[in-house]
Write a protein that binds this ligand. Structure first.
Ligand SMILES: [Zn+2]
Length: 309
């Protein structure tokens, strides 16, 4: 179950060396693909248009019999349906104008993408009801519930990106710009808490506000008397301080912990050992919260239809 490292402790030193060499080469080819110099200490050439940079989509692998091949060649496992994965779009391996994405396990991608650098973090996008059209996905497959992140993974991916970016800016002495209004910030941080008072958000999409106040709310409360409300970010966000930037697997860890708890909270088929863990680690309140956030918010088809009339 350890998805944080694909290390093979039993590997011979020469195999480990080969794997390492392969990761170095794949890292260089990803950097080239992004228009960055292979050597991170070199200055980027200004000749590369930044508009062509690939996006690193975080999504759920759709149904398929054998899963998708992970593009990290030394990775022995396919990416199975239902797993979180990274789709680099367009991929490195496009030819004759046909651009297909490259798929990676999240942990495998973190071996080659340096998320302690803004160039990489900036390219991360969650596949959600709001973004799927930019990922060039088949709409009927999306409407069948494929690819889109569940509410918890969506909120955690966005907050991971924000937290990592803030730490990078702090390290590099760059000011973090945030043009989010106080009312929106309040909704994003405090929805679900008994102390949250909804405020008017001028120009906001009512469908989106409704979702953020319900399915996507990060807090779960037992009411005004509750002094220990449950919070999604407190439970699962592993990026906390400058040292977190050295953790090459912080996104995989976050999503792994989240998925692990979703299984504990929602599965009717737990082994005795997992039942014990559920008993120890979860409360009725956390189970309620995780079940709510395990749902995938779907696109506003009705709204889109009405707007199109
Ligand atoms: Zn892999």
């Amino acid at each position: 179950m350890d998805s944080f490292s694909n290390g093979h402790p039993e590997a011979l030193p020469s195999e480990a060396k080969e794997e390492n060499e392969h990761i170095i080469q794949t890292t260089k080819s990803l950097r080239r693909h992004m228009g960055l110099p292979e050597d991170p200490t070199e200055k980027p050439s200004s000749a590369t248009p930044s508009s062509e940079k690939p996006i690193f989509w975080v999504e759920v692998a759709p149904p398929s019999t054998r899963g998708a091949k992970c593009r990290l060649d030394v990775c022995p496992a396919n990416i199975m349906p239902g797993q979180y994965r990274i789709a680099v779009n367009p991929g490195c391996h496009s030819f004759r104008g046909h651009q297909s994405p490259d798929y990676y396990h999240v942990g495998c991608f973190e071996k080659i993408a340096d998320f302690s650098q803004a160039d990489f973090v900036d390219q991360v996008q969650p596949v959600t009801r709001n973004t799927w059209q930019f990922r060039n996905l088949n709409s009927s497959s999306v409407l069948d519930g494929n690819y889109l992140l569940d509410a918890g993974a969506e909120r955690l991916t966005i907050s991971w990106k924000k937290a990592v970016k803030k730490l990078i800016n702090e390290r590099d002495g760059v000011e973090t710009k945030d043009d989010t209004s106080a009312a929106v910030r309040d909704l994003l941080d405090n929805a679900g808490s008994s102390t949250y008072v909804p405020q008017e958000i001028p120009g906001a999409n009512a469908f989106e506000v409704r979702l953020l106040s319900s399915t996507l709310a990060p807090n779960e409360s037992d009411g005004p008397e509750d002094t220990e409300e449950w919070n999604l970010f407190y439970e699962f966000q592993v990026v906390v301080d400058q040292k977190s930037l050295e953790n090459r697997h912080s996104l995989d860890m976050t999503l792994f912990l989240w998925r692990d708890h979703v299984v504990l909270a929602t599965s009717n088929n737990l082994t005795e050992k997992l039942k014990e863990r559920k008993e120890e680690e979860l409360t009725p309140k956390s189970i309620r919260a995780i079940k709510r956030l395990a749902v995938t918010p779907m696109p506003d088809i009705q709204g889109a239809f009405l707007r199109g009339l």
